[in-house]
Ligand binder design. Sequence first.
Ligand SMILES: Cc1cc2nc3c(=O)[nH]c(=O)nc-3n(C[C@H](O)[C@H](O)[C@H](O)COP(=O)(O)O)c2cc1C
Length: 159
Amino acid sequence: MTNTILIFYSNTGNTARVAEQIASVIPLDVYEVTLNDPTLPDKMLQRPGSSATARNNHELPSLKAPLPDVSQYNNVILGYPIWSNGVALPIVSLLEQIDLTEKEIYPFSTSGGSGLGNSINYLRDVLPNSNVHNGFTAGRWSGSALPAIKKLANQLSAV
Ligand SMILES: Cc1cc2nc3c(=O)[nH]c(=O)nc-3n(C[C@H](O)[C@H](O)[C@H](O)COP(=O)(O)O)c2cc1C
């Protein structure tokens, strides 16, 4: 039984590729966040800024059930694309619905250039009772993520 779950959302496949690469290096369970209606409304997808507006206005996409049962895991690797400099909206939805209290959270993002954006501050804000690590970003191409993934593997095996 593994102590680690990788939870990710990916709209166009970049984050999914990094997630696959992580799963090929680290023994863990994987959960992909999916939407009830995969066609996101324009107001959530248009750039720039509108996904930030949707986030602030709490217009969040509805997630397919069942959501992951995280009770058995200490470590949660959380992967997401950066939308409007923050976590993608489906991750906002997810964090409102699952309890990550007292978990070790290892975030990673893919983005068009914003890196982790403001996502780590956001996660620390909404998960005050979890230990949100600094995380890493993989750009758009998962090949560049391998050194960071190896570092993450070492971190997890040291826990
Ligand atoms: C609504 C939306 C907003 C985005 N905002 C940003 C952004 O602020 N900064 C950035 O670098 N990339 C931004 N991107 C690009 C994505 O972060 C990037 O393409 C990411 O790798 C997509 O991951 P995915 O293929 O797993 O969905 C945005 C993409 C979308 C759809």
